[in-house]
Design a protein around this ligand. Structure first.
Ligand code: SAM
Length: 291
């Protein structure tokens, strides 16, 4: 087995970068973990067992990858940076439980990927220290595909982590929070200081664990959920009634009846509605189409 340097040591990291002629690339959100304790905490939170199928997005130089693979998981890692791919393939060349793929994580069909690596009925675990610049679109893509994972542990910039777990009344409650609450049970596990990264980012991070939730709506209703959630939050200062009028072809009085049935006040603002209310409003709106 190749000797793996201590990837979380800044000195080793600098030596690796120099050897491969690499520099951290800001536009790819490259902030590498340089704290073995945080790496351990993240991997422990993911509860990895021998033989688990695990996907890691953005392995970087492999800080989490090394720990995950050492615990006996079968790993598929997706990295966009070709220079890092070269480095990873060298470092892990003798590890038979790691597949390294050059791939933009925003262009993945998650259901296909999950099906291609699933063995038996076991679900897939996903883990990542996400590049800050893709975290919003990345999460929308997981939700859009129905969140096909058994468990997910992700590190985000604090602001995005808070948006994901926000509830009505929080300043950062929005469409990402509603969709996150609809598809998952999400919990913030711990904050991470900006001092444990190289280069040091401007803001701190937080780690979330997300488990899939049983879905209340069918596929067609879910399409409509997205339309309603995004449509309402696009104009978050407007009342629910006025945004619904913009979205649907029905008269004001029909929409008022629909909202009444969904127990939503016409003058409410979208940030007052919780996930259950959005789901109920969606189902009733959907039924209205078939009447
Ligand atoms: N996992 C490493 C760690 O914790 O030290 C690196 C994390 S760093 C915050 C994010 C990583 O994601 C970088 O390696 C970056 O090149 C990669 N990345 C950025 N955009 C990506 C994308 N669209 N698809 C896949 N990987 C991406």
């Amino acid at each position: 087995m190749t000797e793996i340097p201590d990837i979380t040591s800044p000195r080793e990291l600098a030596a690796l970068f120099k050897y491969y002629g690499l520099q951290p690339r800001r536009h790819l959100g490259q902030n590498f973990l340089i704290d073995a304790n945080i790496v351990r905490k993240i991997v422990t939170a993911a509860n990895i067992e021998k033989g688990d199928q695990v996907v890691e997005v953005g392995p970087g130089v492999g800080a989490l990858t090394f720990k995950l693979a050492s615990s006996g998981a079968n790993l598929l890692v997706l990295e966009i940076d070709r220079g890092l791919i070269r480095l990873l393939k060298d470092l892990f060349q003798q590890w038979t439980n790691i597949s390294i793929i050059e791939q933009d994580a925003l262009k993945v069909n998650w259901n296909e990927l999950v099906d291609s690596i699933r063995t038996g009925n076991e679900g897939i675990k996903l883990i990542s220290n996400l590049p800050y610049n893709i975290s919003g679109p990345f999460m929308y893509s997981l939700f859009y595909e129905g969140f096909p994972f058994k468990s997910v542990v992700l590190m985000f910039q604090k602001e995005v982590a808070h948006r994901l777990v926000a509830v009505p009344g929080d300043n950062d409650y929005g469409s990402l929070s509603v969709l996150c609450g609809y598809y998952t049970d999400a919990k913030k596990l711990f904050d991470v200081s900006k001092n444990v990264f190289y280069p040091r980012p401007k803001v701190g991070s937080a780690v979330l664990k997300l488990l899939p939730r049983e879905r209340e709506l069918n596929d067609y209703e879910e399409e409509l959920l997205w339309t309603i959630v995004r449509g309402l939050f696009q104009q978050r200062r407007k009342t629910v009634l006025s945004s619904m009028r913009r979205l649907f072809p029905w008269s004001r009085s029909r929409l008022k009846d629909l909202l009444e049935e969904a127990l939503v006040k016409p003058a409410a603002r979208p940030e007052e509605l919780d996930v259950k209310q959005f789901a109920k409003l969606t189902r009733i709106t959907y039924n209205c189409f078939s009447k």
